[in-house]
Structures are given as structure tokens and as C-alpha cells.
Write a protein that binds this ligand. Sequence first.
Ligand SMILES: Nc1ncnc2c1ncn2[C@@H]1O[C@H](COP(=O)(O)OP(=O)(O)O)[C@@H](O)[C@H]1O
Ligand SMILES: [Mg+2]
Length: 339
Amino acid sequence: MDQRTEQDILLEVKNLQTHFAMREGVVRAVDGVSLTVRNGQTVGVVGESGCGKSITARSILRIEPRPGKIVGGEILWRRAHQNGQPTVVDLAQLDKAGAEIRKIRGAEIAMIFQEPMASLSPVHTIGFQIMEGILLHQHVTRAEARAIAIDTLQLCGMPQPAQTIDRYPHQLSGGMRQRAMIAIALACRPNLLIADEPTTALDVTTQAQILSLMRRLQAELGMAILFITHDLGVIAKMTEYVVVMYLGKIVEAAPVKELFGAPKHPYTEALLRSIPQLGRTGGERLAVIPGNVPDPFSAPPGCPFHPRCHRFIPGVCDTGEPPEVTVAPGHTVRCVLYP
Ligand SMILES: Nc1ncnc2c1ncn2[C@@H]1O[C@H](COP(=O)(O)OP(=O)(O)O)[C@@H](O)[C@H]1O
Ligand SMILES: [Mg+2]
């Protein structure tokens, strides 16, 4: 079924653990996450708020916030070389302020965030912010960088790019700011774009426009996207493969059609049941799942979802952690119901 080979693998996260040592205890924000992103592939990460999606994304770029620390696992990134063989680096081993990660961050892997105003500088023009990355990573003159910036704004559907380039973020609408943020991320044509809830803060119409822009950009540029969202509706529109996270762990992973057509984990089933009818958006749509995500200091033993699971088996689900089981090609689940 899957014709793709090892050479297609761009990013391979293996058993990643990012923990926060707090006075109250240890928060295992990311606790054994493994996922693979292939060239040009869109992989979705879905789960309720607080399950570790953003910390996974930030760990990959090595911008995990203090006191978060990668305490285990590997983040294998394949670097393309103009001449010769690609090399694989383990980003987890790099100094997060060192030269090596700074060559990769923004150039080979870029990220966009939920809130454009939080990642755009209010005191610099859009053009300055796009050119900053180009001048840092590419050997070009200012005039060339400006031309690339205008091209990139155009690519991102920014109206009148040659004028907008000299605007400040506050002079743009929410949708235009999101386009500017995407242009900054794409200025160096990264091989991987990490999009962390890029449309969650937008109204429905703008959200649809940004999603269709991202689909077009992916088709035109052929980049891979790691698409993070709490919204399974967005997952269905945007991704080929999905991993479902709960309390720092991946509980199920499958090709998108398979996940929607034949979900296995009771948590995935609950998430699917909580999708509101088509066309509605926003709000706390996941509240339908009974109970809350447990507080991060006291993760339950055994399967992390067992306190909320309607198929909970006492003495089984609350003891050992369920092993990963392959139920179909590319479809894995961690649940004792599937021996
Ligand atoms: N700066 C921080 N300090 C302490 N704990 C944090 C910090 N950032 C995130 N966490 C904890 O890590 C867990 C995962 O958070 P996050 O990755 O932001 O979740 P998501 O993106 O899925 O909503 C949460 O329990 C959160 O409380
Ligand atoms: Mg988040």
C-alpha cells in the first residue's frame, strides 16, 4: 500500500520526552511521542488543549519554553545538501542557542502560530520582518531580499504586495496579518512548515481562506506540513496522516480516511463524536467528552485516558500502559481492546 521509502523521511521524532520540573512536581508535557513526516506530506496532530501539541512542536524547533527540557528521545532531521548525500542531525542533541539549530530554524523548518500579533513585531514593517530571515540565511543583497519578499507576499495572496511590504502589522486586517506571518515563515522556502493552530483565532470566513491558501502553497512549494489543531474538521480538510495526542502521549495514529472511517481508540471516537455539525466553528467544541484532562502533575497510571473512558476495564486499563498495536497498514493504537 505505502510505496514510500526511507529516503522520503524528512523528520523522524522517536520517543520524545519534554518535561517541566516545577516546584509542585514534574509535568510530562511530551512523554514518549514518535511521529514521522515524509517529504511533501501533511501530518496532523490533534488533541484537546493541554495534551502537549505545542510543546512537541516547539521541541522540534528547539524553542521549548523554560523550564521545559528534552529529557529523552530523538528528533532526526534530514538536511538536504546541494551537492552530495543528505545528512541526518538529531535536533534534540543540539545546543538550543547554538549556530547549528539557528541555520535550520527559519530556513529549513519554519513555524507559524495561532496569534499573528504575538509573533509579528509591532515596530517593524512586514517587509523588514520577511527580509530579516532572507538576509540571515541567504547570500543576497538587500534589493534581492526585497524582491524575494514581494514575491513571497504575492505567493501568499497579499493584495498589492509592493505597497503592503512597507506597512506595519497594525495597519493590516487579521487575515492579512496571518498572510504576512505565513510569508515570513516561507521566505526561505522551508522543507517543513509547522503550523500550530494557525486558524484558531480567526473568524470562519478568514479561516477558510487561510486553509485554502495553505493547501495551495503546499501544492506549489511541495513542502511538508506538521499541522497542529484541536479541530478534527481542520484535520479532515488539511492532512493525509493524523496522530492523536492525549496527556503527552500518542494514543492513535492513522491515515486520515482510516482515522475517520475506522477509529479505534475510545478517545479518538469521543473526539469524533464531539465535532459539531458542518459549518459551525470556534468555542469549546470538545467539552462533550465527559470529565476533564487531569491536572498535569497527576497523570493517571496505565492508559492516560482510563478515568474518562466508557470502556474502562478495572484492573487492566489502570495498571500497565497499553502497548502500541498495529491494526491496519499505517494504523496504530494504544488500547487494550486491541490485543
Ligand atoms: N511554560 C510552561 N511551564 C510549565 N508547564 C507548561 C509550560 N508550557 C506548557 N506547559 C504544560 O505542558 C502541557 C502541554 O502544553 P501544550 O503543549 O501547550 O498543550 P497543547 O498545545 O496541546 O494545548 C500542559 O500540561 C501545560 O500545562
Ligand atoms: Mg497549543
